[in-house]
Design a protein around this ligand. Structure first.
Ligand SMILES: [Zn+2]
Length: 409
């Protein structure tokens, strides 16, 4: 389930628009129509500027999409599956099924984006020069001029060596190649990323105080977004390290309570949800696992229907996708939960249901695994203390966030 609008498929990749995109699109159109174009191309009516703003914004987002597609295409070629790109509030986010395991792969994927933007900047520059000499239409050349400029901005911005920007990924890959330590490489580059984000926010506030409200707000927004992305990119690496070598079987909840597909919803609510306080139960029929029923499935049924609606009518029966093996790595389970947007997975061993693993199980495990003792003697210890505090806060925020997420599953 994607929060947004599916646009089209290209190179096997689904392109979607997040709802926040429309907000940004309107803002870009507006700032171009009232700010940028009246200066670049004076003496026109408001409607002309508005039209130029719309065309330029659409081409800007096409440029961003081209940039993201270049990353994704290279990633797909190198064996990392990317099925979806969502154009977000700022730029795009390619849905990587997992982070690259090899610094060289990371390097190639990271560099593809800026190279594609350099290509676009050059292409628009050539077009601009051709149009300038051939038909001398200031309307078109002003738009092309903007596209040259904005693609150069995209290159420069993305090459800042702070993770998770492209430049940060390149630097991370180089550090990772030289030291073999992905965690430290991520820590250093995400610190640069956060430092840069702080600078951007500071710069934005100064701009706002100097009455450049629009430009200042942009800088603050992008800074906040970057800060968040740098932090969560680092968390992901820590998570991966903490969960390395831990099997699903060690993190799952055993003694799993199952329900029959023939039970009425009323019975399930009274005898299971109210009794065990679990959010979901595996469903069995003739001794076989046939589905999962969560509280949210129940919520889709009006209360007066609870007596004549059965578990099999509302359960999620797409069970083959959901199954995880007891011997699998916990990280695989988490990756699966994220890609399926599920809060829990049934665990099988030799075709037998042996447990259930939830996001909370993994979260708990992560807290236990990441003790400050592991970090003694590390020169980043001071930094880590701050991060530990943040991380606990992060987990505390994450658990309700996951619960909210579950509402939509
Ligand atoms: Zn990029």
């Amino acid at each position: 389930m994607t929060r947004g609008i599916k646009l089209f498929k290209i190179l096997g990749i689904q392109v979607s628009l997040d709802f926040t995109w429309f907000v940004v699109f309107s803002l870009v159109v507006w700032s171009l129509a009232v700010g940028y174009f009246p200066v670049q191309y004076p003496g026109q009516v408001g409607l002309t500027y508005f039209l130029m703003g719309i065309i330029s914004s659409l081409l800007l987002f096409a440029s961003v999409l081209f940039h993201e597609l270049s990353h994704s295409h290279v990633a797909n070629k190198l064996g990392l599956e990317i099925k979806e790109i969502t154009l977000f509030i700022f730029g795009g986010v390619a849905k990587l099924s997992k982070e690259p395991d090899d610094p060289m792969i990371e390097l190639k994927i990271a560099i593809a984006g800026p190279l594609s933007s350099v290509f676009l900047a050059a292409l628009f520059w050539v077009l601009k020069n051709i149009i300038e000499t051939a038909i001398a239409s200031p309307f078109i050349t002003a738009i092309l001029g903007y596209l040259v400029m904005i693609n150069i901005v995209l290159v420069v911005f993305n090459l800042i060596p702070g993770f998770p920007l492209d430049g940060g990924r390149v630097l991370r890959a180089i550090l990772w190649l030289r030291t073999g330590d992905v965690q430290k490489a991520t820590e250093v580059t995400s610190s640069i990323g956060k430092g840069f984000a702080m600078l951007l926010i500071f710069f934005g506030i100064v701009q706002i105080l100097a009455a450049n409200f629009l430009g200042g707000m942009w800088a603050v927004f992008i800074g906040l977004f970057l800060q968040q992305a740098a932090e969560s990119g680092y968390q992901q690496v820590l998570l991966k390290k903490a969960l390395l070598g831990v099997n699903v079987k060690d993190a799952m909840t055993k003694d799993v309570v199952t329900i029959s597909s023939d039970y009425a919803i009323a019975k399930v609510v009274e005898d299971f949800f109210f009794v065990y306080h679990f959010i979901g139960f595996p469903v069995v029929s003739d001794g076989h696992l046939v589905g999962m029923l969560t509280l949210n499935d129940v919520r889709t049924v009006p209360k007066q229907e609870w007596h004549n609606t059965f578990v099999k009518d509302v359960m999620d029966s797409n069970i083959n996708n959901m199954i995880i093996e007891a011997k699998d790595n916990v990280m695989d389970a988490l990756t699966k939960m994220i890609s399926l947007e599920k809060g829990r997975l049934p665990v099988m061993d030799n075709n037998k249901l042996v447990g259930i693993i939830t996001r909370q199980d993994i979260m708990k495990l992560m807290v236990i695994k990441q003790r400050p003792a592991d970090w003694r003697g590390n020169r980043y210890f001071a930094v880590f203390r701050v991060n530990l505090f943040r991380r606990n806060k992060f987990i505390n925020h994450l658990i309700p966030a996951v619960n909210i997420l579950k509402k939509y599953l």
